[in-house]
Design a binder for this molecule. Structure first.
Ligand code: ADP
Length: 228
């Protein structure tokens, strides 16, 4: 069953001569983790922003399940897409505890249900004991795990990750990449990540999509997927 389908996605920035995305197509099955890999400037972040609903399309469609999110005459607002985001810049609310950050997207849920979900998520990312800490009392890797828990809390149908480890040191980055892959697998979370690091893509993904010049030039299972 396919979750995400990009059909001939085209994005052209206002005033630019050429389109940045020139017909990007891919399908990502339910529960799959895919990494978009490619050199700086090839359009990876633009693709993620278009899927999240922050860039209008000049052509093509974005579908999640059988729902059209973007397409001719259709533009679902980002907050109504059921899509979670994790970016390179760790953007926790500095005046809220780790637990309150995780619960931020659950504000409308009843208190007991919300507290239960927050505890579940903090445990999932290995921070059960640190919910009462403020962001500045956590390491960079811990902060990014809180950001991951916050993104997963509302159970998004799709998680988008844009170079989520690149602001961390190399050791933390490698460890966190493996941890996050396991967390996403355990949660059965469908995810699309952008990276320019081939090793990271191989470690994280079930599939690798290689982009060049605003198009997908290769789509293949990673070694982990190929060997089961
Ligand atoms: P990548 O993530 O692969 O590095 P991007 O999607 O960030 O690539 O950028 C692709 C191209 O689009 C680059 O040439 C970049 O300069 C251009 N670009 C990105 N964002 C904008 C914008 N908001 N306005 C105009 N051009 C942009």
């Amino acid at each position: 069953m396919t979750t995400l389908a990009l059909e001939d996605l085209r994005v052209r920035y206002p005033g630019a001569e050429a389109a940045v995305l020139k017909g990007l197509s891919l399908t990502l099955p339910l529960g799959g983790i895919a990494c978009l890999l490619g050199p700086s400037g090839c359009g990876k972040s633009t693709a993620l922003r278009a899927i999240a609903g922050f860039e209008p399309l000049s052509g093509g469609r974005v579908l999640l399940g059988d729902r059209v999110l973007s397409g001719p005459g259709v533009h679902v607002e980002p907050e109504h897409r059921g899509v979670g985001l994790l970016f390179q810049e760790i953007a926790l609310f500095p005046h809220l505890t780790a637990a309150a950050n995780v619960g931020f997207g659950l504000r409308r849920r009843p208190g007991a249900e919300r507290d239960h979900r927050v505890r579940e998520l903090l445990a999932l990312v290995g921070l059960d004991e640190l919910g009462s800490r403020m962001p500045h009392e956590l390491s960079g890797g811990q902060q990014q795990r809180v950001a991951l828990a916050r993104a997963l809390a509302p159970s998004p149908r799709l998680l988008l990750l844009d170079e989520p480890f690149s602001s961390l040191d190399a050791v933390t980055r490698d460890r966190l990449a493996t941890e996050v892959r396991d967390i996403l697998r355990d949660a059965g979370q469908t995810a699309l990540m952008v990276t320019h690091d081939a090793d990271e893509a191989e470690a994280m993904g079930d599939w690798i999509g290689v982009m060049a010049g605003g198009r997908l030039v290769e789509w293949r299972p990673t070694q982990a997927m190929a060997t089961g």
